[in-house]
Design a protein around this ligand. Sequence first.
Ligand SMILES: NC(=O)c1ccc[n+]([C@@H]2O[C@H](COP(=O)([O-])OP(=O)(O)OC[C@H]3O[C@@H](n4cnc5c(N)ncnc54)[C@H](O)[C@@H]3O)[C@@H](O)[C@H]2O)c1
Length: 267
Amino acid sequence: MNRMRVAVIGRGAVGSVVARSLRDGNVPGAELAGLLARSGPSGRPDTDDLPLITLHEALREADLVVECANQQVVKDVGARILTAGTDLMIISVGALADDMTATALRAAGPGRLYASSGAIGGLDVLRAAARCAPFERITVTITKQPYALVQSWMDAREAARLRVATEPIEVFRGPARETADRFPECTNVAAAVALAVGDWAVVEVVIIADPAARPSVHEVVADGLAGTYRFGIVSRPSPERESSSMVTPYAVLSAISDLTGRDFTFR
Ligand SMILES: NC(=O)c1ccc[n+]([C@@H]2O[C@H](COP(=O)([O-])OP(=O)(O)OC[C@H]3O[C@@H](n4cnc5c(N)ncnc54)[C@H](O)[C@@H]3O)[C@@H](O)[C@H]2O)c1
């Protein structure tokens, strides 16, 4: 039986684990077609033995391209990949907060678009409940270390207030889509919930800077006619990049495994 050939974009905290696992045969029914990396020194000796390919080669040789790079890459090459007939799985799902990008990717094909659940879970039940009856309100609360929430647009006073925080501070409360510009590293989780329920407007995001929050904490409370759903996820950070959860590459690998159909698929 043919194995699914997978190209991975990005060799950072997420992409390096995904690419190495595929290369090592850890996903039955899938194999690494190659890694798309930026030119120049990798700075990552643990990925130097992985085969590099160009996007052109990936479109010819891979069944699936997995984006593990950033939101700009989704915007730049997402539609091209789908139009070439290659499936695309994105991990930087916050890119879909941009309406033009979401519309372009939805219109492109015949390749299929998959959004990885990444660091968050419970999307299956939220998706089912939203089909049953629209949600009335969903609050996604994201708690991170204060320094991880300092942004370039903040004035010096606000940035300093975060850096010296000794107790929790609410730094943002607003519509999920607004996190894309203001706290881009919080957009992936907000976008995953909004996409699962098919409604950006119903999702409010609260961002808390807490010096006691070692790992990132995501809490979701969703209320609607179908029920109330509450869950919390306390993720350990990736050993390589504190703002990435350790579980994220394994969410990608599980999703690829679902696509190959060689393991149990939870639906
Ligand atoms: N959905 C989620 O829950 C979730 C969780 C963690 C990370 N993410 C997202 O996944 C992405 C990757 O995260 P990470 O922790 O691996 O980041 P990282 O910074 O460790 O790695 C990103 C890699 O992409 C590479 N890259 C950037 N542009 C590229 C291009 N044009 N071509 C090839 N490679 C390119 C960089 O050189 C780097 O190696 C980020 O956008 C992050 O926000 C999503």
